[in-house]
Design a protein around this ligand. Structure first.
Ligand SMILES: *Cc1c(COP(=O)(O)O)cnc(C)c1O
Length: 357
């Protein structure tokens, strides 16, 4: 039986995509091979990467002066790749709004003067600092942010206007809402939240920014290496890219980002409305910064939280335990979570509240 999987990542994929992958798993387009067995140099494989890139461009409206590449190592690898490609003068600004942006900032310190220019740590990351009030440094090479904070359930509603290139970790919300790519120098995202199985990371970078990686930058971490080779410099994560391509096709069929954004707002709205009107559950994020992808909530009692997680699992609502830094529960409701999944969760929450009043 399929369950509703609220995991923060790896997470649900659209059932239509899984079925399609299953259908052609043993014989990919008449090759007599599984897509997992085909050489990345085979002429059956190249179109997959090309189509995935083209769909990314179309869906996110990515201009030609940006490259779109598929790399490995997860978003965490990009925490190092960002300074290694961009930190020419050895200085950068970081806004710390959660666990991952903190890790990115700490990684930046390995390579130079990574300065924390704003943080929401004082209130356990339950808000996003006012971007208009941040004093960015004029001598920085870039400004790094994380647009959606997976663990704490916050997101930027407005991005900072920076003189220096804005670099953004969009792992947990890429393709979930409309974004003006031209406001960013670099966007990167691990695929396993909203796009594909784990193994592939997408980097969207303005071409002029990738020309001069630091002398010590390893070949594999130079964005230019993959940009110059159509993401086929070495063996790519073939299956993950293939799955990403199927997900992108599916997104296009649904009407693109504008349409999926409406569904995402609707799903998150249902859940937050229910939480705000309940006596048992609370979400402590400042309302305007609430994420529409990750919804953390607590009952106020550790024992009750544990009971909730256990009984939810028995009811087919799995992986809803909150991150240890926040506790309680977290419902990750990425693009692939159907509206019915959110409704089923709310029904369960109602019943649990009644039974434990
Ligand atoms: C999951 C996540 C990461 C870490 O991704 P890996 O692929 O595991 O390295 C980084 N940033 C954000 C915002 C995430 O949600």
């Amino acid at each position: 039986m399929r369950v509703y999987n609220f995991s923060a990542g790896p997470s649900m994929l659209p059932i239509e995509v899984l079925e399609e992958a299953q259908k052609e798993f043993l014989d990919f387009q008449g090759t007599g091979m599984s897509v997992t067995e085909i050489s990345h140099r085979d002429k059956a494989f190249a179109p997959i990467v090309e189509e995935a890139e083209a769909l990314m461009r179309e869906l996110m409206n990515i201009p030609d002066d940006y490259c779109v590449i598929f790399v490995q190592g997860g978003a965490s690898q990009q925490f190092a790749a960002v300074p290694l490609n961009l930190m020419h003068t050895g200085k950068a600004d970081y806004i710390v709004t959660g666990n991952f942006s903190k890790k990115a900032w700490q990684e930046g310190q390995i390579f130079g003067d990574a300065r924390k220019v704003a943080s929401s740590e004082d209130k356990n990351y339950t808000y996003i600092p006012d971007v208009d009030k941040i004093a960015f440094n004029d001598d920085s090479d870039y400004v790094h942010i994380c647009s959606n904070n997976t663990i704490f359930g916050t997101r930027y509603i407005k991005f900072p206007e920076t003189k220096k290139p804005l670099v953004c970790d969009m792992s947990s919300e890429i393709l979930s809402r409309e974004i003006d790519v031209t406001k960013f120098g670099v966007i990167y995202a691990g695929a396993q939240k909203n796009l594909a199985p784990a193994g592939v990371t997408i980097v969207i970078a303005r071409k002029d920014l990738i020309e001069n990686p630091l002398p010590g930058c390893p070949t594999m971490l130079k964005w230019k290496t993959q940009a110059d080779n159509g993401s086929l410099y070495n063996t790519p994560p073939c299956f993950s890219i293939y799955m990403a391509n199927l997900v992108l096709r599916h997104l296009k069929k649904l009407g693109g980002i504008k349409e999926i954004n409406k569904v995402n707002e609707y799903k998150a709205g249902l859940l937050y409305d229910f939480i705000d009107n309940s006596k048992l559950y609370t979400n402590s994020v400042e309302k305007k910064y609430r994420s529409i992808m990750n919804v953390p909530f607590v009952t106020g009692s550790k024992e009750l939280d544990e009971k909730f997680v256990k009984e939810a699992k028995a009811a087919g609502l799995v992986s809803i335990k909150g991150h240890r830094l926040v506790g309680g529960m977290r419902a990750s409701i990425y693009n692939a979570m159907p509206v019915e999944g959110v409704k089923a969760l709310i029904e369960f929450m109602k019943k649990f509240e009644k039974e434990n009043a």
